[in-house]
Design a protein around this ligand. Structure first.
Ligand code: PHE
Length: 464
């Protein structure tokens, strides 16, 4: 029986769509960079612990709430909170999520647009020429970032592709794109990882990633790992909640959450193995955050036979990963307009997507093209420009605060009987597992996320 809101065709459809949301620039672009910054090993372990103890329970909570509420984040909180402590005020969590989706997509799409430019460069052969000259890639990237027209173009194309997929709806659009792109993405990643294993730098990369040196660990890096887990797993803003609202009752929530989190973490680790193997093999230096993906890596592809094909394939991969994430961001905002404002999917997607595009133009121009937009500063050193300001706001405030409230709602406001009722469908006999989840979501997750927020407020700590 198809619900009028749309539903995944099955277990796999949900898992691929949600893994598509989770796997994105956060894994391929951000994770390797911050792992490098935090000196590998111990950070990787802490990250895995953060995923298991905080990310996984919150992901389960989002799916439970979404499937039970059966609506967008605002509607889900309104429905589930009715007649309980806090009542309608809980809707604010949903609104914050929709706002976060709007904000994140407005700058995420700009970076995603870069991949399109690099695909064209690789196919046209210019990337090979840039890679052959020392510093040419860096110079190109700097000039490209500051080229307003080019930035807006990439952003426009990416928003267009995102809107096209969302227009087709849950099954024919979102699920279909994920079903085609995700397996491809895994295949290419595994191929690259196998290649990485044959390079001289592979051993050093594995040691860097998996041989922990706890001396390098700081409170800051622990918090950074936690923040990254949120972003990478698409948690804290209702993306997984919204996807959960399209899930069939007979599918298992704990198993899905586990599979999605595991896939996401695996992709992040594989990306690290690939990039560090290459970096150590060629003794490259890692400089800026954009560095690895857009200025360091291209050079390396051209040291290999068939470099142009490799480079093109790689950027197509990154574009795919980003697309399944931008789709989920737009879906949160669109589903809100569809459910709450009673707009048609078409109207919701075009209006909201259009609004996000227009707002995102400011981000596209804040990488050097426009003076005031590029230098505006709210959050202090290293956070210059609208782009960085919004990224900091979303990743360090909106997602953790949203995640904390989601954990508190699922753990303390929703009765155990209700969440069990939701988990039991599709996973009967999971009582012990459920008890474990209840403990994590009531105590561990709120304390851990509370610690991030506390440190940002009182210690003035910036961790991304
Ligand atoms: N998880 C995505 C990534 O790692 C980003 C994202 C965050 C997507 C929040 C949706 C919601 O790239």
């Amino acid at each position: 029986m198809a619900s009028p809101r749309g539903q995944w065709s099955g277990k796999l459809g949900f898992i691929l769509a949600a893994a598509g949301s989770a796997v994105g620039l956060g894994n391929l672009w951000k994770f390797p960079y911050i792992t490098h910054q935090n000196e590998g090993g111990a950070f990787v372990l802490v990250y895995i612990a953060a995923v298991a103890l905080v990310g996984l329970p919150i992901m389960m909570a989002e799916i439970i709430l979404g499937r039970r509420g059966g609506l967008n984040p605002v509607g889900t909180f309104r429905t589930l909170a009715e007649g309980r402590a806090g009542g309608r005020a809980w809707q604010a969590v949903g609104f914050m999520g929709v706002a976060a989706g709007f904000i994140i997509l407005s700058y995420y799409s700009v970076v995603a647009g870069w991949t399109l430019r690099y695909i064209v460069l690789a196919v046209g052969g210019q990337l090979g020429e840039l890679a052959a000259r020392p510093h040419a890639l860096d110079e190109f990237f700097g000039a490209y970032a500051a080229d307003g027209g080019a930035q807006v173009l990439g952003h426009a194309l990416f928003m267009g592709a995102t809107m096209a997929a969302v227009l087709f709806g849950v099954k024919a659009g979102i699920e279909r794109v994920a079903t085609v792109l995700m397996p491809l993405l895994f295949l290419i990643l595994i191929g690259l990882a196998v290649y990485a294993a044959t390079t001289d730098g592979f051993g050093e990369a594995m040691a860097f990633l998996f041989d922990p040196d706890f001396g390098a660990l700081t409170l800051r890096s622990v918090l950074e790992a936690l923040g990254q887990a949120f972003f990478s797993l698409s948690l804290g803003m209702g993306a997984i909640l919204t996807y959960g609202s399209y899930m069939r009752k007979q599918d298992s929530i704990p198993l899905s959450a586990l599979q999605i989190s595991a896939l996401d973490t695996l992709v992040g680790l594989l990306a690290c193995v690939i990039m560090f193997s290459i970096i150590f093999t060629f003794g490259l230096e890692v400089t800026a955050s954009a560095g690895i993906l857009f200025t360091t890596l291209p050079a390396v592809f051209y040291q290999l036979p068939g470099g142009g094909v490799l480079a093109a394939g790689f950027y197509i991969l990154v574009a795919f990963a980003a697309l399944t994430s931008t789709i989920s961001l737009l879906e949160v905002v669109s589903s809100y307009a569809i459910d709450e404002l009673r707009w048609s999917r078409r109207q919701a997607t075009l209006t909201m997507g259009g609004g996000i595009f227009v707002f995102g133009v400011l981000n596209a121009l804040s990488l050097g093209a426009n003076g005031p937009l590029s230098t505006l500063n709210v959050f202090g050193e290293g956070k210059d420009g609208m782009f960085n300001t919004l990224d900091f706001l979303a990743a360090n405030w909106l997602l953790p605060v949203g995640g904390l409230l989601i954990a508190l709602f699922a753990g303390w406001v929703l009765a155990a009987r209700e969440s069990w009722d939701e988990v039991r469908q599709g996973h009967p006999g999971g009582a012990a597992l459920f008890a474990g989840w209840r403990f994590l979501i009531r105590f561990v997750a709120p304390l851990a996320v509370g610690a991030i927020i506390f440190s940002v407020i009182f210690l003035g700590m910036e961790y991304q």
